[in-house]
Design a protein around this ligand. Structure first.
Ligand code: NAP
Length: 504
């Protein structure tokens, strides 16, 4: 099967061409032409989303669950095509695309179950106290309501699970919010076929077509127009710190500021404690090398930094190097990301006190693993060493003693994850690290690796800035629906006027 995208935007049920076009830059296979997004299309999509909200925002949970399940079915019906174009555009292997598709459909179905269960509504009721002195209490009920149209930016590194029908879209639709997606120009064909699946589901379920629009990229103004459009009420984003911060600032500067749920950079430090290293240092190093290089290191949870006691650093370096030597070059998502990786590598390599353990040639869009080592004192003195390098680059930071390890933990910026490798003999040091790491990261894990984020009820994929722009939120798991809801109190409102969700 060979899929040839038509290259149009999807605006409220209609495929729309444009005057200007851009050409995709696939890792392999044919390039295709796509219409460039415009500010006028953003306005059309946002108005259609607002029009759709008046029905979709009051739809039953059962109707929305049906839509979510149907989207999953329609994606599965296009599985082969999605994998074919997805692999071509991103360079990710077939197994990864297939796995990510399963995660995407699983996520849609999980949200269907979640809203049917109804707990997310957090329904509260304070009964009236008419005889209370000195003042009577009115009857007050509270429930979570959808906020209105939501904008979603497709993520380059998750063409399915964090893009057109990804976690942000699934959470927003589950909440009752129409969605306007700004597609990522790294995978416009994948976005198109997934949008086709969503449209088929909307049509089959008889839902207002304004509930979903996809505007292809190719123009910076589109992203700006999406976040500043007055009818957009929140934004979901995964990408760079610079891009995310620029869009966050635009959201804050609006006449009506709106929340920007940005998932930005993270180095996901691992603290390798002495007893665990002594018992199974080789095994830890092999696991680190695997997690670091998985998907060419293009995961937001990639553990870029390993902190270890000075006297165990050589063993860690040797075992990690042995594991990294077995990893070949891997194609990166875009040429821009590949060149940013090289710049990041050179920045680390040129920093004061940094020792190069493995530097390899990266040919154009190919990334090879790189490994460096630095003493804790030098790392603490150079803030830039704690910045994310997106790709398979590892930095070993050596601590002279437990106090320095704590100082390193204390100096960290906000992280998506922080990991401890520990044995029973490490408990005292781990107890001192835990309160620090808990303040720094959205997820703290022991004796594992942070790549591979489970989509479930208890997952937090977020954290203090710059891991995310909103530390109270997660972009993975059922709790992520809360980003697109707001609590409303109903005081003395007659039962006939209350939202139907109070009933069932
Ligand atoms: P990006 O440059 O931040 O772009 C993400 C999206 O935001 C794109 O749709 C882009 O539009 C838009 N955008 C960025 N800056 C904008 C601005 N100033 N105004 C309006 N729109 C803007 O991220 P990327 O293209 O995915 O990758 C670049 C780098 O981001 C990587 O090298 C990596 O460092 C980082 N990254 C991090 C993660 C993570 O999970 N932490 C994930 C992916 C990427 P255009 O396409 O039109 O520019």
């Amino acid at each position: 099967m060979t899929f040839t995208p038509h290259g149009k935007h999807l605006i409220a049920g209609n495929w729309v061409a444009g005057d200007a076009s851009f050409t995709s830059t696939p890792a392999h296979g044919p390039a295709h032409s796509f219409a460039v997004g415009t500010v006028a299309l953003v306005d059309q999509a946002a108005r259609a989303a607002e029009a759709a909200f008046w029905s979709f925002g009051w739809s039953s949970r059962g109707e929305r669950a049906r839509l979510l399940r149907r989207i999953a079915d329609e994606i599965e019906a296009r599985a082969e095509t999605i994998t074919e174009i997805g692999c071509q555009e991103t360079g990710l292997p077939e197994a990864r695309l297939n796995g990510e598709r399963g995660r995407t459909t699983g996520q849609l179905r999980l949200f269907a179950d979640h809203i049917e269960a109804g707990d997310y509504l957090d329904r509260r009721h304070d009964a009236a106290l008419p005889d209370r002195q000195p003042l009577p209490r009115p009857e007050i009920r509270m429930i979570q309501r959808p906020i209105g149209p939501v904008a979603v930016f497709g993520a380059s590194n998750f063409p399915l699970a964090f893009s057109t029908a990804g976690g942000d879209t699934a959470a927003a639709l589950a909440a009752g919010c129409p969605v306007v997606v700004k597609g990522h120009s790294a995978h416009p064909g994948t976005a198109e076929i997934v949008a086709e699946a969503i449209l088929a589901a909307i049509t089959a379920c008889g839902i207002h077509p304004g509930v979903f629009s996809l505007i292809q990229g190719g123009n910076r103004q589109v992203g700006e127009a999406v976040v500043t459009h007055p009818l957009i009420k929140a934004v979901g984003f995964t990408g760079s710190l610079a891009g995310g911060r620029a869009l966050f600032d635009l959201c804050a500067a609006r006449a009506e500021p709106i929340p920007f749920f940005g998932e930005l950079g993270s180095v996901n430090p691992m603290f390798l404690l002495p007893a665990a290293m002594a018992a199974r240092g080789d095994q830890i190093a092999q696991g680190w090398a695997g997690s670091l290089t998985m998907g060419a290191g293009q995961f937001c949870t990639n553990p870029g930094i390993a902190v270890v006691m000075q006297d165990q650093a050589t063993a860690l370096a040797q075992a990690t190097l042995a594991a990294l030597h077995a990893v070949g070059a891997q194609v990166m998502l875009t040429e821009g990301i590949a060149s940013a990786y090289l710049q990041g590598r050179d920045r680390v390599a040129g920093a004061r006190g940094v020792q190069s353990l493995l530097t390899q040639v990266c040919d154009r869009r190919q990334a090879t693993p790189q490994l460096f080592q630095v003493r804790g004192a030098d790392w603490l003195a150079d803030h830039s060493l704690s910045e994310e390098v997106f790709g398979p680059l590892g930095l070993i930071v050596t601590a002279a003693d437990p106090e320095e390890m704590l100082a390193i933990a204390q100096s960290l910026q906000g992280q998506l994850t922080a990991t401890l490798h520990l044995d029973a003999g490490d408990t005292d040091l781990a107890r001192r690290l835990m309160p620090v790491l808990e303040r720094k990261a959205g997820r703290v894990l022991a004796n594992g690796y942070p790549t591979g984020v489970e989509v479930c009820d208890a997952m937090v994929h977020g954290g203090p800035y710059p891991a995310s722009t909103n530390f109270g939120a997660t972009s993975v798991g059922t709790l992520s629906i809360r980003r697109f809801l707001r609590p409303v109190s109903y005081q003395n409102i007659p039962a006939a006027l209350l939202p139907a969700d109070f009933g069932a």
